[in-house]
Structure formats: structure tokens, C-alpha cells
Ligand binder design. Structure first.
Ligand code: SF4
Ligand code: SF4
Length: 416
């Protein structure tokens, strides 16, 4: 992950963890120099053995480098490309600078774009504002429309936080139906207070339970209507775990350490979430990127994710899919007092247990080489059967949904 403009951004999202990183480079212009771009491109390509490699551009806001920078990046990629190698680029943006020129370029060079959008207007604008504190929803949606008009491949990155955690279904339906998104990533906001207090997260952070509820609400909609049509990263990750494949997302890998982040100076850090002096692994001008990636420091960083897992996680029924989550969020204690439990644990446990039956069904379908989308037929049949039983249930009878509650306290309170 490369940050050619460092932490510089044209927005001022309230929950952003990266804006403060500008202070690491107080005398810098925060722009990757041309000779460093050339050197990075050469080293990155040289270090790869795969035939297909991806350059990942992030920020801050990478489009603040201007289109010229990325045109030059493509020239260097073509110059250093090994025979038979396929090069790709992905770029994460807030979307507000996108226009015809940017999107024609992205299309021409096959960029995969990630664009940040937190839901409908009120939920998006709650925290995603510009430097003047003004809302950004219209400008982001305008960027999305440019991407769509040019046929650029893109996904939406939606953060889940205090303002939208109770609106999972609304957010999902908005993205799917009103914006026409087919690829979605949900990222929990867990934002630390600088001063350690009893609750070390800000009021903007999602709650652990709230994150689980949000994901469950989205899943219940997706599993009935959208399997094979809409791709939600978290659900793909879970299904991969249920079929025994690698999750494809560092947060749920047993170990991590492959998500190095490079600042505009060539300084390489262990991870985008650990851009701090103690996690600086080296600078590519002094040490080749290939050596940085396999250095003892970086290996230790990646292994610590597994080796520091508390017993509570090691004994957990969903460890195989969760693996304790990201180390940056492991600042709670377990019920038996051991440090290192993930702040989001309650949500992870609730979500992964909730989706277990559906995942087992879909994993079995995949094993038989049948499309997992058949679960939608099964869900429709089960829903119809439940509706039929609900229609004949007395107010004080046990609810037929299996909740263990009386009907009047469960489905009897609302019409299906
Ligand atoms: S620290 Fe977290 S975000 Fe960074 S590589 Fe590890 S799991 Fe991924
Ligand atoms: S769900 Fe909680 S206990 Fe289980 S592995 Fe994840 S963080 Fe650990």
C-alpha cells in the first residue's frame, strides 16, 4: 500500500486515523518524488515472482497528486514490467475530485477503484465532511456516477460507526438499490482516545455488539435476495473460512504482516494501522523492499497476531474464521481477565454464530460444485413455512421461530 501524498487529504472526516500522521513528517511537502516513484516501481516489480501484481495507492487522498503522477506511474510500470507479467492498479479515494478525465484514465489502464461512502446522505455526512466542515455526499455521489458512466470497476468502502450502526439494512439497500453498487466492504470504526480512559474509544466508534447487529441485518437481506449478485467482502471472507480456504483479508488471517504501508518518503511501516516510529521497518532507498518484506521485524509483527491470542480466543468456536481479529483492536480483557481480547469480540461472535447454518449450507453446495445461490430458494421456503406457523400461533405459545420467547414477545409483536 503506497501513500504518494502521505496523510494529506482534502476532507476532514471526523473519525480518520490517518490525518494525524502528517505530524510524522513536519518538514515535508508530502509528495512522492519522481525518482522515488521510479525506484519503488522497479523494486516492487523486481521483488515479485507472481505473473499478476497489483500496485495499491492510498492516502490521505492519492488523487491530490494529480493525474500526471499516475500517468508517470503507468510509464514506469511499463518500463520495468517483466515479460508476461500483468500489472494492475487499485486506488482508494474519497471520490470528490473524480471527473471525466480521471475516470477515462482509470478505464484505459484498468484501475480498480475503492470509493468511500457511508450510506444515505444523513448517515454519510454525519462524519464525512470537508476541511470547512461542509457535507460531502453530493460530491462523492457525483464521483460514483463518473465511475459508472466510464465503466470503471469499483467497490464501495462503507465504515460502520456510531451514527450508522443501527441502520445496516437501510445502508445496504441504499448502496444496492439507489447507487447500484455490487461490491461492498464494511469497515468498523474503532477510534482510540489519545488519553487512556475507562472506555478507550471515542463516541464515534461502533460498539462491538452494534457491529455484529449491523452485519447480521445486512446478511439477512443478502442471503434472501443477493447471493451471487452482490459481493460483501465480510460474507466472502466467512464463506472462504467455511470451505477451508484462506480468507483473503488480513484481519481474519491467523497471522498477518503482508500489508506493508509505504509513506511518500519511501519509509515502509509494518501496516497502515501501525504507521508509528516503532513500526518503521526501513526505507526503500536504503534497504530493498524485498528485504524489508521478509525482515525479522516484519515476520515478528505478523506472527504476533497468532502468538498473542488469549486462551479465550484459542478456545472459541468461531476462531477458525475470526482468529481474534486485527491486533490494533485487541485492547479488552477476556472474561477471565487475560489481556488482548478484541474490542469487537461480541459482534464477531454474534455474527459468525448467526451465519453458521447458512454458511454450512453454502459451503456444502460449493463442495458439491453447486452454486451457493440456491440458499435463496431454501430461505424463501423456510420463510413461507414460518409465516404459516406464525399465523396459527397463540399469543402465549412459544414462538415458532425458536427464539425461546413467547409469541407475543417475539414475532407476535410485529407483522412478518
Ligand atoms: S495489524 Fe490488522 S490491518 Fe494490519 S496487517 Fe495485521 S490484521 Fe491487517
Ligand atoms: S469471536 Fe471473540 S473470542 Fe472468538 S476468536 Fe474472535 S475475538 Fe476471539
Amino acid at each position: 500500500m503506497t501513500k504518494p501524498r502521505g496523510a494529506i487529504c482534502n476532507l476532514d472526516c471526523a473519525y480518520c486515523y490517518y490525518l494525524a500522521k502528517e505530524r510524522l513528517y513536519p518538514d515535508s511537502d508530502h509528495r512522492m518524488a519522481d525518482n522515488l516513484l521510479a525506484e519503488y516501481t522497479r523494486q516492487f516489480i523486481e521483488a515479485q515472482t507472481a505473473r499478476e501484481i497489483t500496485f495499491t495507492w492510498q492516502g490521505g487522498e492519492p488523487t491530490l497528486m494529480g493525474l500526471d503522477f499516475f500517468q508517470q506511474a503507468i510509464r514506469y510500470q511499463q518500463q520495468y514490467r517483466k515479460p508476461g507479467m500483468r500489472l494492475q492498479n487499485s486506488l482508494q479515494t474519497n471520490g470528490v475530485l473524480l471527473d471525466d478525465e480521471w475516470c477515462a484514465f482509470f478505464k484505459a489502464y484498468d484501475f480498480l477503484i475503492g470509493i468511500s461512502l457511508d450510506g444515505p446522505r444523513a448517515l454519510h455526512d454525519h462524519y464525512r465532511v470537508d476541511k470547512g466542515g461542509q457535507p460531502t455526499f453530493d460530491r462523492v455521489l457525483r464521483g460514483v456516477r463518473f465511475l459508472q458512466q466510464h465503466g470503471v470497476e469499483f467497490n464501495v468502502l462503507t465504515t460502520v460507526h456510531a451514527a450508522n450502526e443501527n441502520h445496516g439494512l437501510e445502508v445496504y439497500r441504499f448502496l444496492r438499490d439507489e447507487v447500484g453498487i455490487r461490491y461492498i466492504q464494511f469497515i468498523p470504526i474503532v477510534e482510540h482516545l489519545e488519553v487512556q480512559e475507562a472506555n478507550p474509544v471515542t463516541a464515534r466508534s461502533v460498539s462491538g455488539a452494534g457491529y455484529g447487529r449491523f452485519l447480521i441485518d445486512v446478511f439477512e437481506e443478502w442471503v434472501r435476495h443477493d447471493v451471487g449478485q452482490v459481493y460483501v467482502q465480510m460474507f466472502d471472507v466467512a464463506l472462504a473460512a467455511w470451505v477451508g480456504d484462506a480468507p483473503g483479508l488480513c484481519v481474519f488471517e491467523e497471522t498477518c504482516g503482508a500489508a506493508l504501508a509505504m509513506e511518500h518518503t519511501g519509509d515502509v511501516y509494518s501496516c497502515d494501522h501501525f504507521v508509528e516510529p516503532q513500526h518503521l521497518v526501513g526505507n526503500i532507498v536504503d534497504v530493498p523492499l524485498s528485504a524489508i518484506a521478509v525482515s525479522d521485524q516484519q515476520r515478528a509483527f505478523g506472527a504476533a497476531k497468532r502468538d498473542s491470542l488469549p486462551r479465550y480466543c484459542r478456545d472459541c468456536s468461531v476462531r477458525f474464521v475470526c482468529h481474534g481479529g486485527c491486533p490494533k483492536d485487541r485492547f479488552n480483557v477476556t472474561p477471565d481477565g487475560e489481556a488482548g481480547l478484541n474490542y469487537l469480540c461480541a459482534g464477531y461472535q454474534a455474527f459468525f454464530e448467526h451465519i453458521r447454518p447458512a454458511m454450512e449450507y453454502m459451503a456444502a453446495e460449493l463442495t458439491r460444485q453447486r452454486p451457493p445461490a440456491s440458499i435463496m430458494v431454501t430461505m424463501a421456503r423456510r420463510d413461507a413455512e414460518l409465516r404459516e406457523r406464525l399465523a396459527h400461533t397463540g399469543r402465549n405459545d412459544p414462538c415458532p421461530c425458536g427464539s425461546g420467547l413467547k409469541f407475543k414477545k417475539c414475532h407476535g409483536r410485529r407483522v412478518m
